[in-house]
Design a protein around this ligand. Structure first.
Ligand SMILES: Nc1ncnc2c1ncn2[C@@H]1O[C@H](COP(=O)(O)OP(=O)(O)OP(=O)(O)O)[C@@H](O)[C@H]1O
Ligand SMILES: O=C(O)[C@H](O)COP(=O)(O)O
Length: 405
């Protein structure tokens, strides 16, 4: 990665300067309680290094996918509090993103101060397809750190998004890769060169439309592609099975048919699923064959036979990349599939495989199910970002840094 790094910025000196840092603080929440702070703790080394060197920080981040307007459900308030605890210093939260409150607070920052502005996705220009709108928003973000400012990209989980606070702003300020972006890209590079075979990829989770596209690019590169979680139902539908009220991307059924025709020998789908009456922790549920999901039932986990079939593929792999839980692991009743697949990957790792878990919720699953981060070769903070990297796609947030300075 030919980019300027945090060390270059520290060598240039940050004392008395305001530094804009893009983090991925998109943590899972239960109401206002953070259920896994992994992405916050992963951000700390870079933030602490800058603060220790005398910088004042303006941090930008998103939370969830609000609709381009302020929405209390997606406020970064819980994140500001947790970040303050972790940094051991007060983190101010601006009531807006680039409005009067953010500007006034940014103006008043002195060395060692930390300001988090509100969820950048409260401003519709952040994710706009119109480059000039994004550029205008990026300019307002850049102005928060003034003439002498710099930009540090430290949100690996979001570098696959060509969004204003990730991509456009890097063109307006001297731009540097934070330690998290640099170290994640370095590790993932090991998976793109000449991975040890068999190479298995496990896909699940709920961002079906984002990640179905990844399969076309990954399938030819891997020996096994295991698909569970919310991802599998569009494939089951493509095989002509009813999926009840499970997560389904109807407009992608034909794509899945094509993928199965082309890569059927590589793709493994669940043979059974845990079908529930609704989306709730205590929903009555039963395990059914994946070609017999009853009308009105919702598949919330893969079943035990699927776990066994997936485990057989995974335990013999020498390289494993896993993104996306196999079920709604946040509910105990639907966590067995995720646990079972994780245990198979742990077994493979114990036998010398190189294993990477990528994604906010996937990494959270490893921690909340007590599976032991140390049992995997690497836990990545980025799900979509690492998948796109493995696909060989350009990561706009990294490209922008290469172009910068
Ligand atoms: N069968 C299912 N139906 C509905 N939701 C599911 C199902 N299986 C898993 N999920 C949900 O998928 C979510 C995680 O999906 P997601 O694609 O966001 O993964 P991730 O690891 O966070 O990756 P990224 O970092 O790209 O977001 C979890 O909250 C989980 O409850
Ligand atoms: O959770 C993630 O993968 C990142 O925070 C990016 O979020 P997004 O998929 O909503 O852009």
């Amino acid at each position: 990665m030919a980019v300027s790094t945090l060390s270059d910025l520290l060598d240039a000196g940050v004392e008395g300067r305001k530094i804009l840092v893009r983090c991925d603080l998109n943590v899972p929440l239960d109401g206002t309680t953070i259920t896994d702070a992994g992405r916050i703790t992963a951000s700390l080394p870079t933030l602490n290094a800058l603060l220790d060197a005398g910088a004042a920080l303006v941090i930008t981040a998103h939370l969830g996918r609000p609709k381009g307007e302020a929405d209390p459900e997606f406020s970064l308030a819980p994140v500001a509090e947790k970040l303050g605890d972790e940094l051991g210093r007060y983190v101010q939260l601006a009531g807006d993103v680039v409005g009067p409150d953010a500007r006034e607070r940014a103006n008043g920052l002195t060395d060692g101060d930390v300001l988090l502005v509100e969820n950048v996705r409260f401003d519709p220009r952040e994710t706009s397809k119109d480059e000039s709108e994004r550029a205008a928003f990026a300019a307002e973000l850049a102005s928060l750190v003034g003439e002498d400012g710099a930009f540090v990209s430290n949100g690996f989980g979001v570098v696959h998004r060509a969004q204003a606070s990730v991509y456009d702003v890097a063109k307006l300020l001297p731009a540097y890769a934070g330690d998290l972006v640099q170290s994640e890209v370095d590790v993932l590079a090991d998976l793109t060169g000449d991975p040890k075979r068999p190479y298995a990829v496990v896909l699940g989770g709920s961002k079906v439309s984002d990640k179905l596209a990844v399969i076309e690019a990954l399938a030819p590169k891997v020996d096994t592609l295991v698909i569970g979680g919310g991802m599998c139902f569009t494939f089951l539908a493509a095989q002509g099975h009813g999926v009840g009220s499970s997560l389904l991307q109807e407009e992608m059924i034909d794509t899945c048919k094509d993928l199965l025709a082309k890569y059927g020998d590589v793709i493994t789908l669940p043979v059974d699923v845990v079908a529930a009456d609704g989306f709730a922790a205590d929903a009555p549920h039963t395990t059914v064959a994946s070609d017999a999901i009853p009308e009105g039932k919702m598949g919330l986990d893969i079943g035990p036979d699927s776990v066994a079939a997936f485990a057989e593929k995974l335990t013999s792999a020498k390289t494993v990349f896993w993104n996306g839980p196999m079920g709604v692991f946040e509910f105990e009743a639907f966590s067995a599939g995720t646990r079972g697949v994780a245990e198979a990957i742990i077994t493979a790792t114990g036998e010398g495989a190189f294993s990477v878990v990528g994604g906010g919720d996937s990494a959270a699953a490893v921690r909340t199910l007590g599976l032991g981060e140390e049992n995997f070769s690497h836990i990545s903070t980025g799900g979509g970002a690492s998948l796109e990297y493995l696909e060989g796609k350009e990561l706009p947030g990294v490209t922008a840094l290469e172009r910068g300075n």
